[in-house]
Ligand binder design. Sequence first.
Ligand SMILES: NC(=O)c1ccc[n+]([C@@H]2O[C@H](COP(=O)([O-])OP(=O)(O)OC[C@H]3O[C@@H](n4cnc5c(N)ncnc54)[C@H](O)[C@@H]3O)[C@@H](O)[C@H]2O)c1
Length: 318
Amino acid sequence: MKKVFITGEIPTEGLNLLKEHFEVDVFEGEKLITKEILLQKVNDVDAIISPLSTNIDKEIIDQAPNLKIIANYGAGFNNIDIKYAREKGIDVTNTPKASTNATADLTIGILLAASRRIAEGDKLCRTTGFNGWAPLFFRGREVSGKTVGIVGLGEIGSAVARRAKGFDMNILYTGPNRKPEQEASLGATYVSLDEMLAQADFITINAAYSDALHHLFDKDAFEKMKETAYIINASRGPIVDENALVEALKANTIEGAALDVFEFEPKITEALKSMDNVVLTPHIGNATFEARDEMARIVAHNTIKKLQGDQPDFVVNA
Ligand SMILES: NC(=O)c1ccc[n+]([C@@H]2O[C@H](COP(=O)([O-])OP(=O)(O)OC[C@H]3O[C@@H](n4cnc5c(N)ncnc54)[C@H](O)[C@@H]3O)[C@@H](O)[C@H]2O)c1
């Protein structure tokens, strides 16, 4: 019987499907799997199912001579050495689209939580206390009529744009290619990053990570943003230089930030935790029952297809 190793628990929707066909071993530790354990677990497996928090590098791939598929439980797959997997004839798949609505909702949610000071207000109610309504009390920024800049108008970026349109926002986007269809359907305008930095009231990062994006938002970028602007990141942490962000927030170079992902994840830069103009969520962009169940079904179907000799869907290293 073929063997599947899952590097952390996944919803039963996918797990039960896999168990019908294969011998399935699931890592059920309280913390994330370590490289040491992973190396011990993969030497005779035909498939690995792993989320973005598991790094699958050359060493892991070399340790698994029977490996035929790495089914990544997530849309982003920068945790896997996909080129080396291809050299070894291993398909790497992802779970696109399943995360789109959930992550776009969260992006808009944390944008509003920061601009309308929702998280800060919640904290105040539970701690120092609410002393009564007053004209100057707790003013934030409205989004209607403002300009949102989207870095990476892919599946999630486009869903963010659709939501932003519902809030009557003007939509700018930047990325490696112009997207004429989205421009027409969303009324989005393509701009350079510098133009976006100068014009946007809210910048949301929704791009797929590559090394080219490392520290795209650094001291220089923050200095080019409006003093009243907000930065939102629900993509991958290292796109934002967190030390530069802390300095920019302290110096009022920008007004606020909302982060669902972190440069040194799962570690969060300490200074960010004490800032009231920062909203922090623990990488929960697609943490809905709907999205996580769909992602489990996709990884299960792809693993079944591959191990039964069929072509899996969503191969990212074809
Ligand atoms: N916070 C979360 O929980 C969560 C959940 C799902 C996905 N994500 C992240 O969101 C990313 C996007 O997901 P998606 O489904 O929209 O993927 P997608 O492939 O549909 O879109 C990615 C977009 O990034 C753009 N891009 C690539 N390089 C760029 C660059 N240098 N500058 C600007 N844009 C660039 C591409 O043009 C593309 O439009 C994923 O790769 C993942 O890292 C996060």
